[in-house]
Write a protein that binds this ligand. Sequence first.
Ligand code: SAH
Length: 488
Amino acid sequence: MEYKSFQKNDIVTVRIEDIGNDGEGIGRAEGYTLFIKDAVIGDIVEARITKCRKNYGYARVEKVVTPSPFRVEPECPFHRQCGGCQIQAMHYGKQLEYKQDKVRGNLIRIGGFSAEQIDAVMEPIVGMEVPWHYRNKAQYPVGYDKNGDLVAGFYAGRTHDIIANTKCPLGPSENQEILEAVLSYMRENHVSAYRETQGSGLVRHVLIRSGFTSGEIMVCLVINAKKLPAAEKLVEKLTKLRLGEGETQSKRIVSISVSVNREKTNVIMGKEIRVLWGNEYIEDSLGVMDCGETNKAWVVSESERITFRISPLSFYQVNPRQTEKLYSLAVQYAELTGRETVWDLYCGIGTISLFMARKAKKVCGVEIISQAIEDAKENARRNGIANASFYVGKAEEVLTDRQLSRPDVIVVDPPRKGCDEKCLETMIAMQPDRIVYVSCDSATLARDLKVLCEGGYKIKRARAVDQFGHTCHVEVIIMMQYCGKEKN
Ligand code: SAH
């Protein structure tokens, strides 16, 4: 088919018919497919073409001509510039529908499963009751705006320009007060911000982590030097803050630290953490719950709570209320009777491991970050869980290196890039009866499931959990069972 040839900066009127992988709207102008940032499915928009390829192009919304019934007024005035949220202008119910379809589509397209196979096992997505203020962790870049004024906020999409915004509606509201205090300490004590292009200046990022159940808060400044000047002034300012006044929960900063990062890199945290005041970690607790029926209210059973110690460098799920639902599903999908040996690969601070340990004979957790493994061991000890052991190393290497007991169930929860090939091979060779796969990227998940199914596994259950409202990301949990190669 011949398309009318379009050029960069052309303005076209388009009806948005679909949603792309990154939450963008998809529509056609005279047969030419356009991926349009900030357009919502159902909109008619005037869009400016930003890039042309032979069969498709990219564009941005200039004007919404007829708004979609799924379009809502976004909470955040910076939602279009900021790289954090992609679909804030879409009604939350529609966001959930989009994520369910995205997971289903990836499993079919990339995993090579049939639509019938997927529809037979996929349960409805688990959404949030309130999709705001859900994040317990934020890393704010610090720098200068065009006028040379000190700012903190978020990177604009695909750039390292900082949008000065200390009031992100996805995070806890007290983060604003904390950030403003850090900025005023910097101004008063002439502490510079990092200038990325030159590699000069001092403060690069501010990490704020909060325990939503405990009320404990950690503030960590990532600095391009060994020491923070006038550190006692920062401590004085932060410890004076009265956070969460008038709220039911008491919130308090319990840990102030610096992380030394002198590399020219996009990696935010440095490896060395130095405590300026208080503890090196915060604590938080999570519970699991009975989630037998699809539409049942998710109520945490208090007796099943586990307390976790979280260090600045350790991974901890960013949306604790949804994490409780995710872990509840993980425990349920593992179908534990008390006789099983469970491997929890990519275990972080041992969160999934410890919930599994309560219902299994034995759990072995494997994780690459040694500080996280220290946290995991301490977490087991403090919660009186004696049947969980933890190993530092790459999942793919530790598995073959060590004499871990043969698993009946393997749980994997890898980062976005998915499991290493060697890890998948070992899993297949170990032939556990069940594999529970927790994934934050349904594309790499689908790729890995294909390999596991070729190795004799069959998908029995699948469910998406929305951990990241207003973004295009979605978490998925899968249960697979060994069925033998001939049955696939
Ligand atoms: N299951 C945990 C952590 C999941 S995040 C939880 O729910 O909290 C993924 C974890 O995998 C991170 O802690 C990361 O440090 C770890 N990781 C990344 N690559 C790894 C590898 N090759 N082997 C083992 N762990 C790895």
